[in-house]
Design a protein around this ligand. Structure first.
Ligand code: CAA
Length: 258
């Protein structure tokens, strides 16, 4: 439970803002950050008052990767036995929306955590990369898969093989990020977007997230079937009745989350 050793948590109404806070290591993701992020995302998911979460870092670094100092002494047996990094899968099981607000370095595991979020809003200072090859390794938290799905093989392969950084503008062109904003407006813009999402009917938010994510896991026909079933399922909710009446009556809906 709060407070977390490596995270700062702020509540802005129904929005939870999570700041990764290891400034001495450019927010490198050690086991404590993983444990804290998993605990914070579970607490967020379980709190019906909280409707959207933002994950951010500092102005200088979202996160400069997995903690190299922690990995330096590690051999195969230890990494394999510990199932190193597998814990991040728990973070990706969060059902409610999560936005990554990225300024500065998002490298290696930092880029991978940003991609685990539902979408990325980038400051114009953001720099993305998978530089693991320079350390004699490769992405280990999903980067080879999520980056390739996001920006395609040519750019993903180039990024992984050269370890080069991709600036915000290129990341937007390549569809890695939803939007680029001036660095001094990053948190304000992320909060605005999160508050818009937080004002939506909460079950519909979960369903929309599930549907879009299904596109990465299945065939088109199965995905469309999944969508149609979930779409019909939403017709059983009170918020569907309220949302459609509110539209017809030209007023704002009042959501119950039921
Ligand atoms: N792990 C541990 N410590 C890190 C770190 C990391 N990934 N990245 C930075 N730090 C530490 C530095 O060691 C330094 O600490 P000291 O002051 O104690 O020496 C401190 O943070 C500040 O960093 P720099 O002095 O290097 O800052 P800079 O502005 O000169 O350079 C940088 C910034 C280019 C991001 C550089 O820090 C860098 O290249 N970092 C490593 C990036 C990287 O290789 N990331 C991938 C890690 S592997 C991985 O993530 C595996 C995976 O797929 C999950």
């Amino acid at each position: 439970s709060e407070p977390y050793e490596t995270l700062l948590i702020e509540r802005h109404g129904a929005v939870t803002l999570v700041r990764i806070n290891r400034p001495q290591a450019l927010n490198a993701l050690n086991s404590q950050v993983l444990a804290d992020m998993v605990a914070a995302s579970r607490a967020y998911d379980a709190d019906p008052e909280q409707r959207c979460m933002i994950v951010t870092g500092s102005e200088k670094a979202f996160a400069a990767g997995a903690d190299i100092k922690q990995m330096e002494q590690m051999g195969f047996a230890q990494a394999y036995a510990a199932n190193f990094f597998a814990g991040w899968e728990d973070f990706t099981r969060t059902r409610k929306p999560i936005i990554a607000a990225v300024a500065g370095f998002a490298l290696g595991g930092g880029c991978e955590v940003a991609m685990m979020c539902d979408f990325i809003i980038a400051a114009d200072t953001a720099k993305f990369g998978q530089p693991e090859i320079k350390l004699g390794v490769a992405p280990g938290m999903g980067g080879s898969q999520r980056l390739t799905r996001a920006i395609g093989k040519a750019k993903a392969m180039e990024m992984c093989l050269t370890g080069r950084m991709m600036a915000a503008e290129e990341a937007e062109r390549a569809n890695l990020v939803a939007r680029v904003v001036p660095a001094d407006q990053l948190i304000e813009e992320a909060l605005k977007t999160a508050q818009a999402i937080a004002a939506m009917p909460p079950l519909a938010a979960i369903a929309n997230k599930e549907m879009v994510n299904a596109a990465f896991e299945t065939t088109l026909a199965q995905g469309i079937l999944f969508e149609r079933r979930l779409f019909a399922g939403l017709f059983a909710t009170e918020d569907k009745a309220e949302g459609m009446s509110a539209f017809v009556e030209k007023r704002l809906g009042a959501w119950k989350g039921q």
